[in-house]
Design a binder for this molecule. Structure first.
Ligand SMILES: [Zn+2]
Length: 212
């Protein structure tokens, strides 16, 4: 079982140890660490990239309780320095946190957030209608999200042995394994690209603007 350090820290580098490194069919190497800062692809969030010792991390995936890092070269067993690339991680955390915020906003209109996909260029939150579902227009929800963002609520991580819950300030907590900004203004400005409704399903598509 890989210890998932990113659950509890925003730190981007540390020392850990290589448990195994084996060649893969595609010419890459599958590296398992004792502990990792790399978020694997999953839960609507792309994998982190970065370095494990001298090797580039090209992809990160889950294999049961293990996190498997795909690298471009082999690494030796034993202690090693790892570093997650800051740029992609920050963007993923901003998009992911924006998804939580928009999920909360949509729920104020009687829509239940059921799915988040937080990939750059295709980020969206999908909702199912409840009995009280009302129409949502882009300007209203964008303004509401922005007002909430300016409250700059701090991230809260509540972890017990069964699950990890994420909330911002007093907003409702949701079960989530992703990475998030430390407080809401770090998301930066959210732009709602479009809102699509198909019968009982509604999706809000969004981007986050480049930070100044
Ligand atoms: Zn999350």
């Amino acid at each position: 079982m890989t210890e998932r350090l990113y659950f509890n820290t925003d730190q981007l580098n540390t020392s850990t140890s290589v448990i195994s490194c084996s060649p893969s069919d595609n010419g890459q190497f599958a590296v398992v660490l004792q502990a990792t800062l790399f978020h694997p692809q999953g839960g609507g969030q792309p994998a982190d990239v970065g370095m494990i010792g001298p090797a580039n991390v090209l992809h990160v995936q889950q294999d049961g309780e293990m996190v498997v890092h795909m690298t471009d070269q082999a690494v030796a067993a034993g202690e090693i320095f790892i570093e997650v690339s800051a740029g992609p991680r920050q963007l993923h955390a901003r998009l992911h946190s924006a998804g939580h915020l928009l999920g909360y906003c949509g729920e104020q209109y009687g829509w239940k957030a059921v799915k988040g996909h937080h990939w750059p260029g295709e980020a969206r939150v999908v909702f199912e209608a409840t009995a009280t579902a009302q129409a949502i227009d882009i300007e209203t929800i964008a303004a509401q999200a922005h007002t909430l963002l300016l409250r700059n609520l701090p991230r809260k991580i509540i972890q017990d042995e069964h699950q990890r819950m994420i909330s911002f300030g007093d907003l409702p907590a949701t079960c989530c394994g992703g990475t998030h900004v430390a407080s809401l203004v770090q998301i930066g400005k959210i732009k709602i690209v479009k809102i699509k409704q198909k019968k009982e399903l509604l999706s809000i598509h969004y981007t986050v603007e480049e930070l100044p």
